[in-house]
Design a protein around this ligand. Structure first.
Ligand code: FE2
Length: 148
């Protein structure tokens, strides 16, 4: 089932909201490809794109958290790493021919992402908003284009 972006997911930090929307878009693309029974090759490409973009996003977010000296940086980074490990496990299984994992990826991604935004990411918002040069950061770190 597709994710509809609603204002409750906005953090009010343009750069990060744009990246989260991009992740939701990737989720929707995979969901769409799966429900249209696209070949494994296409699903695999989408999932690699997902990992690639997620790494970029986590990196951008972590750099910003470091810059504002966020007190819960270590926990936040650990949560990102756990997610990457899990997605990598799914991707390995997928490359070994288990196509059922696409649905696990979708379920996991949806639950994790929306929960993470609503509960973990929202905690750093007040600190980032009061930080002095976040506007410069926002201008410098627009989402990358991916190949899919
Ligand atoms: Fe995060």
């Amino acid at each position: 089932m597709q994710i509809q972006w609603t204002s409750q997911y906005n953090l009010g930090i343009t750069m990060i909201d744009d990246q989260h929307k991009w992740l939701v878009d990737l989720y929707n693309k995979i969901d769409n490809a799966k429900s249209r029974n696209q070949p494994a090759e296409i699903l695999g490409t989408y999932m690699k794109g997902l990992i690639h973009y997620t790494r970029f996003h986590f990196n951008a977010e972590e750099n910003e958290l470091k810059r504002i000296d966020y007190k819960q940086f270590v926990e936040h980074k650990a949560s990102h790493e756990k997610f990457i490990t899990k997605i990598n496990e799914f991707l390995n299984e997928f490359s070994q021919g288990n196509e059922d994992v696409v649905q696990y990826v979708l379920d996991f991604l949806k639950n994790w992402l929306l929960n993470h935004i609503m509960h973990e990411d929202k905690k750093y918002v007040p600190f980032m908003k009061t930080s002095s040069n976040s506007m410069a950061f926002q201008a410098a770190a627009r989402p990358l284009q991916t190949t899919i």
